[in-house]
Design a protein around this ligand. Sequence first.
Ligand code: GTR
Length: 443
Amino acid sequence: MWGVSYYHGVMQPIQLLQRGVLAGCLLCSTVAVLKAQPLVINYDEAKVPRFTLPDPLTTQDGIQVTTPSAWKGIRRPEILSLLTREMFGEAPGSPESMQFKVESESVDALDGLARRKEVTVHLEGTADTAGVDIDVLIYLPAKAEKPSPVFLGLNFAGNHSIQNDPDITLSKSWMRSNPQNGIVDHQATEASRGSGSSRWPVETILKRGYGVVTAYYGDIDPDFDDGWQNGVHPLFYRDSQKTPESHQWGSIAAWAWGLSRIMDYLQTDHDIAGNKVSVLGHSRLGKTSLWAGATDERFALVISNNSGCGGAALSKRAYGETIRRINSSFPHWFCDNFTYYNDREHLLPFDQHYLIALLAPRPVYIASAQEDRWADPKGEFLSGVYADPVYRLLGKKGISAREMPEINESVGDTIRYHIRTGKHDVTDFDWEQYMNFADQHLK
Ligand code: GTR
């Protein structure tokens, strides 16, 4: 069986190469070179390998962590540097020269329901490279009397894709061509307005008292493997450096870093409650929101929608997408050190429950979909379960469930989980749970 048929049901081969298939994802504008090698993708629970998970509450020196201060001072930094070095790669800090520019503002957008702002986060170029602009779109409830809590998430196809609002600036950034969604010759056209709106129920969110903040992920780093020559990476190469070192950031870390730069802006905007920013993302952008929450504790609440392998799903289960498969299809997502674990999940000195533990004690929502077996729903659930002891240590209830809940049932307290009917997507049902969760923890 070749790669294409195992994608989450929406891949279409677009070109046959000598050694592989170049395939495009109809849902999320991805292109992957799927090597023509036999794939063993396991969907059989009986074939999940036996594994032992490392304990988030035992230090590298074998000492039990029994106090919040030992967690904060010793163990959390250990885990953060482990995941940084072995998986996502090290990112630079906040750049010294960064500018925010409000490009447009309206107080009566969406028939008076919203205030809309467009803001550019400008990152300075270097002698060798042009700068990078991240275009941020913000909708806030028009009638808010105090700074609004917001949901911040990157989008797959430009800000204009999240809502059919003719006043949103059409993105000029490079995009994967997708004529069906109005993206022609790598450029968005008017026909692409609102093409992703089913995943962004903006009006419902505004009516519930939350704002929406988004930016196109490709503004930060275009999502294809070019050895990190475009996007933000070259802004930070030192001297004659041409590519990140094996422990330095891949694209997911760059997208997460970009979310932090947007957060830098949000902290300066008096219409936004900077201490009530929930970061969310779907699929690869769910992996991104988890890593953003792990690396930036200003995010008050974190949401992983169908993040799967490299996100919430435990890698050691090797169910659905595996480390080798993700590193082969998307060599630019993680740092090069991560390829060491291709087919060697048993050697991982961590697993994705460590990623969830890094969010503690902040609320985290992990969501799966029943038909999204590629993302391993059970593995996504279990990473929450195995992060629970860290939440308990920090005085939070975490999640008490030990068995997967019923379909469409939301369980847990500070760690919350659901598996809904349907496929790999973001639905109104998902958003309903996220807003209830934010009501519970942030209001
Ligand atoms: C898939 C990838 C998944 C997920 C998804 C997406 O190809 O295998 O890990 O990230 O893309 O982002 O839509």
